[in-house]
Design a binder for this molecule. Structure first.
Ligand SMILES: Cc1cc2nc3c(=O)[nH]c(=O)nc-3n(C[C@H](O)[C@H](O)[C@H](O)COP(=O)(O)OP(=O)(O)OC[C@H]3O[C@@H](n4cnc5c(N)ncnc54)[C@H](O)[C@@H]3O)c2cc1C
Length: 246
């Protein structure tokens, strides 16, 4: 079987799905290929925090209705050192900006549902995805879907399949430009989300005992259960102990 969209998008993560919406809003046809099932994509727990720009974009594109209703806006955080609280008023410090606590897999559910309702094409369970002629003006994607060999002929391929996907490796070194930026500091992030329960995370950094409490009291169904905790630790610093209680 052959298909001929303007853009072939590999990966139905936030990048691929949002791109398909942005293209559709400009009248540009695309097909999204995803190696996993819809149920798997919608059940993968990852990010929990949406930055201001992402919230604005989703809302402006008419994709943020449930996020606005069920998400939680945060205007700051409180860090405690030796039992003393220090509030960081993020909204005051950033000219009124805030962050939204709304899980990534809920964003994906919204993006997938809206795209399919609009008649967009998302092909889940695509296997053996291969890129062809990527340096030409007629690149192609070959894959198997529902036991059929499929060929997409596109004007553009958007490889939104992450660092370990097939797209990155398919770009010839001679035409590849890698951009990266290394910041001179590390960052950490911790999230604990649970349904209807208070969550407390105690973290002990080498030489610096730090307690971070995240509370979620409102009843609702969007919060992953059991709770999850993620760490993005500074490269020069490792977490000695973490304890989760609820
Ligand atoms: C634990 C954790 C917590 C995080 N917390 C935050 C946070 O709070 N805020 C935040 O902004 N970011 C957070 N992030 C980062 C955020 O999750 C990523 O930036 C985001 O998922 C990247 O989206 P993406 O669409 O580029 O890639 P992905 O989400 O990785 O999507 C890629 C998609 O491509 C598919 N795919 C892969 N290979 C193929 C193939 N060969 N063929 C077809 N499909 C393929 C995959 O199945 C996947 O669905 C977190 C990440 C993790 C892991």
């Amino acid at each position: 079987m052959k298909m001929r969209p303007h853009v072939g998008i590999i990966g139905a993560g936030p990048a691929g799905l949002l791109l398909s919406h942005l293209l559709a809003s400009e009248g540009i046809d695309s097909v999204v290929l995803e190696s996993r099932s819809r149920a798997e994509v919608e059940a993968t727990i990852r990010a929990g925090v949406l930055e201001h720009g992402t919230v604005d974009l989703l809302r402006d594109m008419g994709l943020g209705e449930r996020m606005q209703r069920e998400g939680a806006v945060h205007h700051g955080i409180e860090l405690r050192f030796d039992g003393e609280g220090h509030r960081i008023p993020l909204t005051e410090l950033t000219n009124g900006r805030s962050i939204m606590i709304y899980p990534q897999h809920e964003v994906l559910k919204d993006l997938i549902a809206a795209r399919l309702e609009q008649g967009g094409r998302i092909l889940f369970n695509a296997s053996d995805v291969r890129l062809a002629d990527v340096a030409s003006s007629q690149p192609g994607i070959h894959f198997v879907h529902e036991e059929q060999q499929v060929e997409l002929q596109c004007d553009f391929i958007a490889g939104c399949d992450g660092f370990h996907g097939v797209s990155r490796a398919a770009i010839p070194a001679a035409v590849q430009t890698v951009s990266s930026r290394t910041y001179p500091f590390g960052c950490w992030r911790c999230a604990a989300l649970s349904s209807n329960r208070c969550s407390t995370v105690d973290c002990f950094w080498p030489g610096m005992p730090l307690t971070l409490c995240l509370r979620r009291g409102r009843k609702g169904s969007i919060w992953p259960s059991p709770m999850y905790v993620t760490w993005h630790a500074p490269s020069r610093c490792s977490i000695e102990t973490s304890r989760l209680s609820c």
